[in-house]
Ligand binder design. Structure first.
Ligand code: CMP
Length: 135
């Protein structure tokens, strides 16, 4: 069934000039970009977006990174898009992500891993409401 996912193309991707490359992979797959905005995350939005991680040791540097510059926030839709995008992105740690995935091909870090995508229908619903309340 058709689903929507919240995708963040993170500040490292924008800095490295990989925005087009990453969007292009999603487009070539046949997914539909329904909304796309360059935004800079503030601390409050970071705490809300990463509510399940705020108490973890990796959160302070993650928050610092995610608020460090503009990112591209997108709503992407397609058949079973949530699991399809997770597969295209690859494992969290770019050093371990499989070749052929976005992180496997383009990232070498556990934190600066280029892309975030909703990991379940429930988190997609929550994240879309947070980032695109009018959609
Ligand atoms: P993301 O898909 O946005 O969800 C949580 C983010 O936290 C993850 O991508 C990484 O950027 C970051 N992250 C997760 N685990 C670690 C870790 N062990 N060390 C550093 N950053 C992490």
């Amino acid at each position: 069934a058709t689903e929507r996912s919240l995708v963040l193309i993170k500040p490292d991707a924008v800095r490295r000039g990989l925005l087009g490359e990453i969007l292009s992979r999603f487009e070539r797959k046949g997914l539909v970009v329904e909304a796309l905005e360059l935004r800079t995350m503030d601390g409050e939005l970071a705490d809300q977006h990463y509510a399940e991680h705020v108490d973890k040791a990796f959160y302070p540097p993650l928050k610092n990174f995610m608020t460090s510059g503009p990112l591209a926030a997108a709503v992407i839709s397609g058949d079973e898009v949530i699991s399809v995008i997770r597969a295209m992105i690859g494992a969290t740690d770019g050093r371990k992500a499989a070749a052929g995935t976005i992180r496997g091909d383009l990232a070498l870090s556990n934190r600066e891993n280029l892309v975030h995508a909703s990991d379940s229908p429930d988190s997609a619903k929550r994240e879309l409401a947070l980032w695109f309340p009018n959609l």
